[in-house]
Design a binder for this molecule. Sequence first.
Ligand code: 13P
Ligand code: SF4
Length: 302
Amino acid sequence: MKREKLVQEITRLKEERNAIIMAHNYQLPEVQDIADFLGDSLELARKAVNVDADVIVFAGVDFMAETAKILNPEKTVLLPTRRATCAMANMLRPEHIIEAKKRYPDAPVVLYVNSSAECKALADVTVTSANAAKIVGKLDSDVVIFGPDRNLAHYVAKKTDKKVIPVPEYGHCYVHKKFTVEDVERAKRLYPNAKLMVHPECEPEVQERADIIVSTGGMIRRAREWNEWIVFTEREMVYRLSKLYPNIKFHPAREDATCIGMKAITLEDIYTALRDMKYPVEVPEEIAEKARKAIEKMLEMS
Ligand code: 13P
Ligand code: SF4
């Protein structure tokens, strides 16, 4: 089906199903263009609390759709393809948390929302890159167990001066791990006027060279502070930022920083998701109930 026709059909089906499309900032441009709501992980979780629709088509990776379902158990949440998964979230298993809890029984478990519902059910509170340092700073403990992103754990430890135990030790995002100090130096040579906006999933040595370290939502909020930026995160962020601010220059730090899970969702998938009501996200209620407490605590504290 041609793109125009696909968009027409999606609009028609959205009305018929009383559906909305929520999308993450890393989605393909054509998906961003048809979304009813676009945001970072925290904004998407917040929005999911008050959605006025029967069906949420979630254009993002599985843990984000699961979070929307946990917060809206009575609504149908559709993930347009099962290939939309987060490699980092898949690195953390419940056993890692149980093992860390044995070593640090008094430490609260703080989990990045990039984790499975099963793991979230073992957490005291979840965080996103937009509120991790703020929430850990507020916790009444000098030691916290934190997973699965080691680099975000490093950022939080630096910001809060607390002991942050990463679980698993090797947790990382393969997209953000690509950025190196050589990328920083090359970009600075090419664009000497530009400042660096860096996602906290990047390696510590890249974080050290940043002008600002922010979530993707933070990138949008703070872009107006300067007229030229080099963007250290998934490459579609440059599309999102350039569309919002046509008078500001944005350069991707690497063209190959692509999240395969995010890019798995196409317009065609969104059309078939609405047509066939697939793939509904299900979270067993005993897991959802515990995970909901950790997510709601995050929403209260941020
Ligand atoms: P944000 O919450 O900053 O959008 O990050 C989500 C993510 O998966 C980054 O890789
Ligand atoms: Fe997960 Fe990395 Fe993709 Fe974000 S960019 S969804 S952390 S794999």
